[in-house]
Design a binder for this molecule. Structure first.
Ligand SMILES: Nc1ncnc2c1ncn2[C@@H]1O[C@H](COP(=O)(O)OP(=O)(O)O)[C@@H](O)[C@H]1O
Ligand SMILES: C[C@@](O)(CCOP(=O)(O)OP(=O)(O)O)CC(=O)O
Length: 605
């Protein structure tokens, strides 16, 4: 066969597009010029990896083969003798990644990060609602057995092994888990991860609580093989401003895109800055997405739920089980029952949320438990979960944009504590502010829903208005509308803007009264400047506010210009966008996808 070179057209899409020459192929759409390596997979020993995995093809080979087979339906493995790849990974790094990535037994689940655009603080109390958008930032959990075979006599053991790896934090913790009480003992001295620890305990207890005796025997065997759990958070969850500055790169999304996937996480120094959390984060809800991904992967692995077909009533019931176990684990690990919107969006995706009544998980909160964990979990599973989730998404042709003004974020629990203290100390003024905030939140939601309705009923007119307005500052929008429907649409755009301005005003008042920086002065200046940029509908501080990344809702294609304008304000536009998908199972280790998308060409000889 003649040597031919193909370009991998899209990240993660395995479609192969012919390219005219190898040199053209190797410059395929990479954001920044990284060093490229060209090598033949056989020469770096990939054949060996291929054959030593009990005859099971490892992902990379399988994916490459699928890609090639798609292109040449008659392709057979034996007809290809050489795969040459061009990749930003050196041969050693490529192999090291691949060695990490295999195993047919592995269950991989992912859950999204979120942005709470309305309802910060209020959503803590029923029946206030919050609008939460899930994002394309995803957290992954990979669960597989530690041992392929059961050890002799292992059926007599009452402990199993748990290994938890967080490569981005350089952490690995080893535990022993009691199969009787589901307690965990950390046998390595590494720092612990309470979110994952509770996720494991509750997921295993949920399996015992729901299985009949036959299934319990099989469960016991599976548990005795141990759990090997790897957690990986997408770069979007973390702040990389310092790295970008240290590398001398511009503060742009392109620089962010040039970072290796699943980069190491920067820890904030604990030099007395009480407002700074442990990890330098963007505020997308990493702990909730992590807990949800681990719970979903484990519940699937153990056979409690089956998320592999994503429709129907059974699927919804399965999601509800993941939601309950993830809420329990997240609340107990955090040491407080928050509103739960972040776990809810990690499970269900974008929606309008009303919290669950906190007493539904009170039996899990009793430190001195009279009941075995299995019964506690069973109780909570059967409890009256009264949270509400209503479909919500941004109106068409509108985009979510996030900008990071500083680095490191704020600590939410201390801000919530301050607001609660103010509510107690000044009940009258605080309830007044809450009432006005609640009205403004409702108005914004209504205006956005109305815009979606206009899009549905008058698509062409809607599209025209949005694209026209996307090019101008809001003060020029009225000039863009000549007839009644267009004028109504523009009026609704202003309705949404005004509601947001109201929300911001009352959030600032609340911050001043409670003595905390909900919309600090620096953010006010940034948000005012942003709302005056062409094509910006609205901007605000998400969730609890503070120094986390700010959000903007932009019209049409104006986002790119806003990223540039932010860059000149020393604000880093993130790569995050709205993605309404909630928790899901994945076909492959995300690091494999990154490898295949990092390969710009394959030459077949
Ligand atoms: N990749 C990771 N590996 C291990 N733990 C992580 C990882 N990402 C986040 N965490 C945990 O989650 C915590 C941050 O969660 P949280 O305070 O809820 O922030 P966020 O605003 O992102 O939700 C971190 O302090 C850490 O304990
Ligand atoms: C104050 C809140 O209503 C919203 C907090 O919103 P954030 O989005 O700031 O949350 P974290 O991910 O915990 O930082 C508290 C709550 O509802 O839990």
């Amino acid at each position: 066969m003649a040597k031919r070179t193909y370009k991998l057209a899209e990240a993660n899409s395995l479609a192969l597009a012919p390219s005219s020459s190898p040199s053209e192929a190797s410059t395929a759409s990479r954001p920044l010029s990284l060093p490229f390596f060209h090598y033949d997979l056989h020469s770096i020993g990939l054949n060996h990896c291929y054959s030593c995995r009990l005859g099971k093809p490892i992902w990379i080979i399988r994916l490459l083969k699928t890609a090639i087979a798609d292109f040449f339906p008659t392709f057979e493995a034996s007809t290809v003798t050489t795969y040459t790849v061009s990749s930003p990974y050196s041969p050693t790094a490529f192999l090291a990644q691949i060695e990490n990535i295999q195993d047919v037994m592995a269950v991989i689940a992912s859950a999204p990060g979120k942005v709470l655009i309305t309802g910060g603080y209020l959503v803590l109390e029923r029946p206030n609602a919050g609008i939460v958008l899930s994002t394309n930032a995803r957290f992954y959990a990979i669960v597989k057995p530690i041992y392929d075979e059961l050890m002799p006599n292992s059926c007599l053991w009452s402990w199993t092994d748990l290994k938890l790896t967080s490569p981005q934090m350089g952490r690995e913790a080893i535990y022993k888990m009691s199969l009787k009480h589901f307690t965990l003992q950390c046998t390595s001295s590494e720092s612990r991860n309470p979110f994952v620890e509770y996720a494991v305990q509750y997921a295993v207890a949920a399996a015992y609580a729901t299985f009949d005796n036959d299934k319990k025997d099989a469960l016991q065997k599976l548990l005795l093989k141990g759990f090997d759990i790897t957690i990986l958070g997408g770069n979007d969850f973390y702040s990389y401003r310092n790295e970008i500055e240290a590398r001398g790169l511009p503060l742009t999304p392109e620089s962010l895109a040039s970072l290796p996937p699943f980069s190491s996480i920067t820890l904030n120094s604990s030099s007395g800055e009480s407002c700074k959390p442990e990890v330098a984060k963007t505020g997308l809800g990493s702990s909730a997405a992590m807990t949800t991904a681990v719970v979903a992967a484990l519940l699937n692995y153990l056979g409690v739920v089956n998320l592999s077909s994503s429709s129907g009533a059974q699927y919804q019931e399965n999601l509800d089980v993941v939601h309950i176990i993830a809420q329990m684990a997240h609340c107990i690990a955090q040491g407080k029952v928050g509103s739960g919107f972040d776990v809810s969006s990690a499970v269900y995706g974008s929606h309008r949320y009303v919290r669950f009544s906190p007493q539904v998980i009170s039996s899990a909160q009793n430190v001195i438990r009279a009941l075995p964990l299995e019964e506690v979990v069973s109780d909570v599973l059967k409890g009256k979960w009264d949270h509400e989730k209503t479909k919500f998404s941004l109106p068409p042709l509108m985009n979510l944009l996030l900008g990071e003004p500083g680095t490191g974020g704020s600590s939410t629990p201390s801000m919530v504590g301050a607001v609660k203290k103010w509510q107690k100390a000044d009940p009258q003024n605080s309830s007044n502010t809450w009432k006005q905030l609640s009205e403004a939140n409702t108005t914004l939601e209504a205006q956005l829903n109305l815009l979606s309705k206009f899009a549905e009923e008058y698509w062409e007119i809607y599209k025209g208005v949005i694209y026209n307005c996307s090019m101008y500052q809001s003060e020029k929008w009225r000039e863009q509308a000549s007839e009644t429907i267009s004028q109504e649409i523009v009026k609704t755009l202003f309705g949404a803007r005004d509601a947001m301005l109201n929300i911001r005003f009352h959030m600032r008042e609340m911050g001043k009264a409670a003595g905390i920086p909900i919309e600090p002065e620096s953010q006010t200046q940034l948000l005012d400047a942003t709302m005056n940029m062409p094509g910006v509908l609205l901007a605000g501080v998400p969730g609890a506010g503070g120094f986390d990344a700010v959000f903007a809702v932009t019209l049409g294609d104006s986002g790119q210009n806003i990223s540039k304008a932010w860059s000149s304000h020393n604000v880093l536009a993130l790569l995050v966008r709205e993605d309404p998908r909630g928790v899901s199972l994945e076909n492959a280790d995300p690091r494999t996808n990154q490898i295949t998308s990092g390969i710009s060409s394959i030459s077949i000889v």
